[in-house]
Design a protein around this ligand. Structure first.
Ligand code: GDP
Ligand code: MG
Length: 707
């Protein structure tokens, strides 16, 4: 059998990825909001490896406005797809069919898969599948991707029609429109593939910029086409695009009348009832804040802390470290190697691994919130707030995703239509603390704030605040000015999260940390250990007793003055901040090496005490603020570069974050010092000037408000 290519196409959130995973047995990320699948994924049908399945980004139409729509359309036009499987959300057939009408014109066989049948049945809506199939002229199957019901039918139907290689469709534009389309077809027939002729003609009629560019028509052709369109437009008193859209909806309306019967008597569902409370104008924010508090509180302070305490004290403290040390001593190897293994590797990697349980708990809870549908509501709630300073709630979706890891968050910004809003979102997404920043927060909390319960939630809201402040400041600049795009998003019904989904996504996110601990963190720990163990004494390189005289200390001390005004001018803190760019949890790994995480004596682990003597509460908090807000790790910088696809913008973004972080920490620390000790120095003055600058940028009039 020859290879068969099936493309899954549908609106965002219709269940494409769920179906894809089900058919291919793969583990792609299923999310409850648009923009989760921004790149296409390919897989093989698990029962027949000759069947290739493509998961494409969700789209509302084939008239692209966003990057994901461009990706999907391009794919369908340029690849030899055998069958399109059009996934439709059965609870919202009318809106979903708009895309269907366009897919049918591509002249590729289409199978319509009505998904979410479990919900349709629960709502007691009636759908006449035969009628639908007859009217659309293509097979219609009903499935429930989440339960795997009937999903095999999708493939069976697809295989049956794959041989046809064409799709007959019923959407005949009548009268003057049909006449104009025919005339356009005549003009373009030599430049496009004959099977796609009608599709291109319709797009030309809609004056689709993208298509017009690829067609490269000559002046004469353009003039003629213009005149055909103009004639039709004058006659129907509307513009070309609207005429086509109107016709499509007319057609859909007729189908719906015949084939779909919504349950009129439907009582308000539980989902609606919950939404009345959680999206309520007054309650929405307090509830969101409370939920986030609970999430971070549980993961960092209670359950997470218990697990981390266990890993740190029991697993490493009394089990691994003493035993490894004993073993190394027994082996009689060189002291430097013992040092490298226990202080370098175990110290660095161990300090990071110690926090993995906390991260897992955090990821677990975020996954639950996401999967049950609450996070979608948060984007909706945030829209109200963001709109006030000119951003749409869509910008909050990358930030929600970014609370796991900034990289997919930054990538999710592709769903944002306006370039300026997209850039702004990319610039601010990594302010939201990602999972890797949790260890920093927990470390500072543990060493200086006796594990205060409010540390992690406060760190999260510092991130949110940084986004909001940046939003207000940047929107008043000319490059970012402009009204936000409308934000339309379906709120999917709440559902009890699937244990499988949640555990999978928790594990995937968590595992990347474990993997990193064994690779980059390990490597960096080894390098750091060497640099902090050797120093130059009387012109030659020797191992030093006190790492204050090491090579690393010399380099660190050169950087330290930069951070001194922020309160953490020690060489260790400077080294930690720099190595944090490799991966944020590396700050903890670095401290593990430099403060001897692996040195356990009779009195217990001195690590925490040593750390505490180098910081005050004020300087530690300032250190945390800086490390949370400054440039993200290299991998995230790479993502920024890819998404900006422009070197200048990339540097602007990274520079902005770093300056923002530096100013915030400076103001926080210097004013903190002023309040607690009454010391007023030149730095206090500078901090006050910066603060005044912030206030000015926040409050100044927006000159570009009406653009
Ligand atoms: P995509 O954006 O089209 O890839 O959609 P996803 O596969 O990410 O699914 C969006 C949401 O719909 C997820 O929360 C899924 O769990 C949910 N979902 C998918 N299929 C079904 C289904 O058959 N029934 C119900 N109730 N939910 C579904
Ligand atoms: Mg998807």
């Amino acid at each position: 059998m020859k290879e068969i290519k099936i493309a899954l196409v549908g609106n965002p959130n219709s269940g494409k990825t769920t179906l894809f995973n089900n058919l291919t047995g793969s583990n792609q990320y299923v999310g409850n909001w648009p923009g989760v699948t921004v790149e296409r994924k390919e897989g093989k049908y698990k029962k027949n490896k000759n069947i290739l399945i493509q998961d494409l980004p969700g789209i509302y139409s084939l008239s692209p406005y966003t990057l994901e729509e461009i990706i999907t359309r391009q794919y369908l036009l340029e690849n030899d797809v055998d069958v399109i499987v059009n996934i439709i959300d059965g609870t919202n057939i009318e809106r979903n069919l708009y895309l269907t009408t366009q897919l049918l014109e591509l002249n590729i066989p289409v199978v319509v898969a009505i998904n979410m049948m479990d919900l349709v049945e629960k709502n007691k809506d009636k759908i006449n599948f035969e009628k639908l199939s007859e009217k659309l002229n293509c097979p219609v199957v009903n499935i429930s991707a989440i339960n795997g019901n009937n999903v095999i039918d999708v493939i069976d139907s697809a295989l049956k029609i794959a041989v046809n290689k064409k799709q007959i469709y019923n959407l005949y534009f009548d009268g003057e429109i049909e006449k104009s389309l025919k005339l356009i077809e005549l003009q373009i027939k030599d430049t496009v593939e004959s099977s796609k002729l009608r599709w291109y003609a319709t797009k030309v009629f809609e004056s689709d910029k993208n298509v017009l560019e690829t067609l490269k028509l000559n002046f004469e052709q353009k003039e003629l086409i213009e005149s055909y369109i103009k004639k039709c437009e004058d006659l129907l008193n509307d513009d070309g695009e609207s005429i086509i859209i109107g016709k499509r909806y007319e057609y859909i309306e007729n189908i719906i009348k015949l084939a779909v019967k919504k349950n009129e008597k439907r009582t308000t569902s539980t989902s609606d009832k919950i939404d009345r409370v959680v999206t309520n104008r007054l309650l929405a924010f307090p509830i969101f804040i409370a939920v986030m508090f609970v999430v971070y509180y549980i993961s960092i302070t209670t359950v997470g802390d218990y697990l981390t305490g266990f890993t740190n004290d029991t697993l490493f403290g009394t089990w691994i470290i003493p035993n490894v040390t004993l073993m190394l001593e027994g082996l009689n190897i060189a002291p430097w190697l013992t040092g490298l293994i226990s202080d370098g590797i175990i110290g660095g990697v161990g300090a990071v691994l110690g926090f993995v349980p906390q991260m897992l708990v955090l990821f677990l809870m975020l996954s639950i919130l996401e999967d049950c549908g609450y996070m979608t509501r948060v984007a909706f709630i945030m829209d109200r707030l963001f709109r006030k300073f000119g951003l749409s709630g869509k910008s909050f979706i990358p930030m929600l995703i970014g609370s796991g890891c900034s990289i997919p968050g930054i990538m999710a910004s592709r769903t944002i239509e306006q370039d300026r809003d997209r850039k702004m979102t990319i610039m601010t997404t990594s302010f939201i603390p990602c999972g890797a920043k949790m260890p920093i927060i927990a470390l500072i909390g543990g060493a200086l704030f006796s594990d205060a319960w409010w540390m992690a939630p406060v760190a999260y809201f510092i991130g949110v605040l940084a986004v909001i402040i940046s939003g207000i400041i940047l929107k008043k600049m000319k490059v970012f000015a402009g009204k936000p795009a409308p934000f339309i998003m379906e709120l999917p019904a709440y559902h009890i999260p699937l244990a499988k989904n949640i555990l999978k996504s928790t594990w995937e996110r968590g595992f990347s940390f474990i993997k990193r601990a064994g690779t980059v963190i390990l490597l960096s720990a080894v390098v750091l250990w060497f640099l902090q163990s050797f120093g130059i004494v009387e012109g030659s390189l020797v191992m030093v007793e006190d790492n204050n005289t090491s090579l690393l200390a010399i380099v660190g001390k050169m950087i330290a003055p930069i951070f001194a005004p922020l309160g953490f001018g020690t060489w260790q803190a400077s080294v930690g901040t720099i190595t944090g760019l490799i991966a944020k949890e590396n700050v903890v790994g670095t401290f593990g090496v430099l403060y001897g995480f692996a040195e356990v004596s009779e009195a217990g682990n001195e690590f925490w005490n040593l750390l505490a003597t180098d910081f005050t509460q004020l300087s530690a908090f300032s250190f945390m603020i800086f490390n949370l807000l400054c440039a993200p790790c290299f991998a995230a910088m790479g993502a920024i570069k890819r998404e900006m696809s422009n070197g200048k913008w990339t540097w602007f973004a990274i520079g902005y974050m770093t300056v923002f972080a530096y100013s915030s920490s400076l103001v926080f620390y210097q004013l903190g010092m002023l309040i607690t000790t009454g010391v007023f120095s030149i730095m206090t003055l500078i901090a006050l000037i910066i603060l005044a600058g912030f206030i000015y940028l926040l409050l100044r009039k927006n000159k570009y408000e009406n653009i």
